[in-house]
Design a protein around this ligand. Sequence first.
Ligand SMILES: [Zn+2]
Length: 95
Amino acid sequence: MDSEILIVLVLLATVVLRFAMAAGLAYLLVPRGPACPICRADLLPITHGLLSRLLSPLQHAWCLDCGWEGVVRRSRRGDQPRRALIEEVIPRPVE
Ligand SMILES: [Zn+2]
């Protein structure tokens, strides 16, 4: 009797660990916000009320520049937009 319960617990633990590993990998594959993964512009957060509270590490966002819409990870620095180091490349005059 005890061995059957132990086998069930081990199998249940492997299933739970498999889902945890898949969820962790999926979380790492989501691009990090608040910059757009395509054009690096600032993203506009879209709130969904209860869903935003349940999935607080993730944020639904929309890019005003290129129209990209998707889910990004919330940054640990808060909602400060990440700026590109070089915003515009100005060509030098050729001599
Ligand atoms: Zn964009």
